[in-house]
Ligand binder design. Structure first.
Ligand SMILES: [Zn+2]
Ligand SMILES: [Zn+2]
Length: 270
């Protein structure tokens, strides 16, 4: 198994010349070309996983120095066990110990293929726990394993913790809804289909972030309508970007603004 240096998604050998995830229009191969990494090589360079408590029962796991895209994974801890969401592209014994210190892991799931990280490696080290992959995005898997289980629509991990397929950034893009989060008002963990912006009062809906390719207004409104049926007050993105409160209102208003710009309502401002 090797890891793409740009997206940090694990891949079986024989390796392709270029990472398929990075050659897709949503990503990019850097100017200095394709590079593949190993876990031992990353350990030797001093990479580690650091854990931060975001709120009671929710921990962020990030790589430092960052590996690949450098997302922050989320560990959602419930009385029945944990969900590891958007797993990072590196794992070592200390990281596994930190995760298991919060109890057994029920499943690993990613919001979309850019966030697969070394999900199968995490599974093996956590006792071969299921790796849940959206059926619509299984073609993007770089590493195949019996631990992988595909799903569509919605998938309950345990009571109060459910995955919902929204589509958008990828057809299989998903969010995780954690009902007990935000002091019982509910939390959404999102990937790139709903991206909390730096202003902390709006979210973006994009097919590509690095290459600045928006989703349509209709898709933004569809995602907001679907997620509007859930109870939540806070959204965590996967880069420590958070809508701390009133997140349902923020999501709806952002989708309406996005659709209005796509329609040309604000062309007089351009
Ligand atoms: Zn890649
Ligand atoms: Zn993405």
């Amino acid at each position: 198994m090797l890891i793409c240096a740009t997206c940090a998604v694990e891949r079986d050998e024989p390796l392709p010349d270029l990472c398929p995830i990075c050659t897709d229009e949503r990503q990019y191969v850097p100017e200095d070309g394709q590079r593949w990494l190993t876990l031992d090589g990353l350990s030797g360079e001093g990479h580690k996983v650091t854990t931060t408590e975001n709120e009671p029962g929710l921990f962020g796991l990030s790589t430092g120095p960052k590996v690949g895209i450098g997302q922050t994974a989320q560990l959602v801890v419930t009385p029945a066990g944990s969900l590891l969401w958007d797993p990072v592209g590196f794992v070592d014994d200390a990281a596994v110990e930190a995760v298991l210190a919060q109890g057994p892991v029920l499943a690993i799931a990613a919001s979309h293929p850019h966030m697969f990280g070394v999900q199968v490696e995490w599974s093996h080290r956590l006792g071969n726990v299921p790796v849940l992959v959206s059926e619509a995005d299984r073609q993007w898997l770089g590493r195949h394993d019996p631990a992988i289980q595909t799903w569509s629509g919605s998938k309950t991990i345990t009571e109060g913790l459910t995955l919902h397929q929204t589509g958008g950034h990828f057809p299989g893009s998903a969010v995780a809804h954690w009902a007990a989060g935000a002091e019982g008002e509910g939390v959404l963990l999102t990937g790139d289909s709903v991206f909390p912006n730096p202003d902390r009062t709006s979210v973006a809906f994009m097919r590509s972030y690095p290459n600045r390719l928006p989703l349509s207004g209709a898709v933004a409104l569809r995602i907001a309508a679907q997620l509007g049926t859930l109870q939540f007050n806070r959204i965590y993105g996967n880069f420590n970007n958070v809508i701390a409160d009133r997140a349902r209102d923020v999501l709806q208003a952002s989708a309406e603004r996005h659709a209005a710009w796509c329609r040309g309502d604000f062309d007089h401002l351009t």
